[in-house]
Design a protein. Structure first.
Length: 48
């Protein structure tokens, strides 16, 4: 639920500086970058 709020706020702030169609692309790029660096999830503890 927190991620949905964060993505909607990201898109709304990005649409202030670019077109709304490009603002959607910003959220997808952020999602792809997050999955590249943390494919198991953000809140999963790293194994030691």
């Amino acid at each position: 639920m927190l991620a949905a709020v964060f993505i909607s706020l990201l898109e709304s702030f990005a649409s202030l500086w670019m077109s709304p169609a490009q603002a959607v692309i910003v959220s997808f790029v952020l999602l792809i970058v997050t999955l590249l660096f943390r494919p198991t999830g953000l809140f999963v503890p790293t194994p030691k």
